[in-house]
Design a protein around this ligand. Structure first.
Ligand code: AMP
Length: 360
């Protein structure tokens, strides 16, 4: 559905990027391929993965209004690679320059309770959940939802951080203390067959394009391998695509929306979480898809035609986490393997250092 005409932002324009990690870096490289410049704004310094390849950099706090105003004046459009950018920052910029996605999208994506409630309000299934604000409420929530379940912080959780498994014999006061936030969400444990995700691109005029559903396998709560496309029945893939598209439309996302889902043994597709930005499970598109997610992201926020999203070859993406990155000489010697490194100095445990895409 088209809601407005978009005037394309022409090549030569400058994209403002909030956040300086590897997602910003790969967006900057894709933007450069299309003739755009990228100006990164982040509290991180000039050696961040994105700053290393950006045409311009601002190192400042998210709440530094003078720096934000100068940044807004220097760019033609603003986007982000981290959904936890403060909504006040995004609102401040949006009053000065087109800024995608809107703060209203972030308000949902930053909060697991709002995210699941939003999905449910569209008739989209999730794990059963309850809000929890203290150890006493946790006991009530466990009585309702049961165990096994999982207690998560509602905000700022990623890669399994701020999450505690609840079993029948778990001490609930200890679990509450371990979770370590003022507000949590208790979710029923989903005995899923597999985890999948779909990334949708959406322009300001409402045009959308969805990538094929992929399977995601995790290790220690962190994405390990993505298999593209997922080996699932066509009707499950279609349902996943329908869910991601419905969420992108209802949120009014401009840019990308990645939706992580569980597929249950009886074939239901339940939403786990969503991120309005490029996503780790979309990295395979750099080498084995008609349009990479990073190019598509640039196309979506600049109002360019969206590219086709078909896989050109079945493939896999494997993250290089911590000292996995030391395998780089072997990976470079492997025929067909495509290595992507993020320019991060130190391979600390749990740190995403790069990834490798391979045909299957
Ligand atoms: P999240 O940070 O919500 O993406 O959770 C990290 C990982 O924990 C997920 O990718 C799943 O493997 C697992 N997980 C999270 N929530 C649930 C749940 N309610 N039921 C089963 N597994 C879960």
């Amino acid at each position: 559905m088209r809601i407005a005409d978009v005037t394309p932002l022409p090549p030569g324009s400058t994209i403002g990027m909030l956040g300086a990690g590897q997602l910003g870096r790969m967006t900057a490289l894709a933007a450069a391929n299309l003739g755009y410049k990228l100006h990164v704004f982040s509290p991180e310094g000039p050696d961040s993965p994105c700053a290393q390849v950006a045409a311009a950099r601002t190192k400042a706090d998210w709440h530094d209004r003078d720096a934000l105003a100068r940044f807004a004046a220097a760019v033609d459009v603003v986007t982000l690679e981290w959904e936890n950018v403060p909504t006040a920052t995004v609102d401040f910029l949006a009053a000065r320059v087109p800024t995608y996605p809107a703060a209203s999208v972030l308000a949902v994506a930053q909060d697991r309770l709002r995210e699941k409630s939003f999905a449910n309000s569209l008739g989209i299934g999730t794990a059963p959940f309850r809000a929890v604000r203290g150890a006493a409420e946790l006991a009530d929530a466990v009585a309702e939802i049961g165990a096994p379940s999982v207690l998560k912080s509602t905000r700022m959780g990623y890669d399994g951080k701020g999450q505690v498994r609840i079993k029948a014999d778990t001490s609930l006061p200890d679990a509450w203390a371990e979770m370590g936030a003022d507000e949590g969400i208790l979710e029923g444990w989903v005995a899923f067959d597999l985890e999948i995700s779909v990334i949708v691109a959406r322009r300001a005029d409402g045009e959308m394009a969805a990538y094929p559903a992929v399977e995601n396998r995790h290790r220690n709560g962190i994405l390990d391998v993505t298999i593209a496309p997922a080996a699932i029945p066509p009707e499950t893939a279609a349902e996943a695509g329908r869910i991601a598209t419905a969420l992108a439309e209802a949120l009014g996302v401009v840019g990308l929306l990645a939706v992580e889902m569980f597929v249950t043994p009886d074939g239901r597709v339940l939403v786990n979480e969503m991120a309005p930005r490029p996503h780790n499970s979309g990295h395979w598109t750099q080498d084995f898809c008609q349009t990479s997610q990073f190019e598509q992201f640039v196309r979506a926020i600049c109002g360019l035609p969206l590219g086709p999203t078909g896989a050109t070859c079945p493939c896999s993406m494997t993250n290089l986490i911590g000292d996995d990155v030391d395998q780089w000489p072997v990976l470079l010697a492997e025929p067909g393997a495509k290595l992507h490194l993020y320019g991060k100095g130190e391979g600390r445990p749990g740190r995403k250092m790069g990834h490798v895409n391979r045909p299957r």
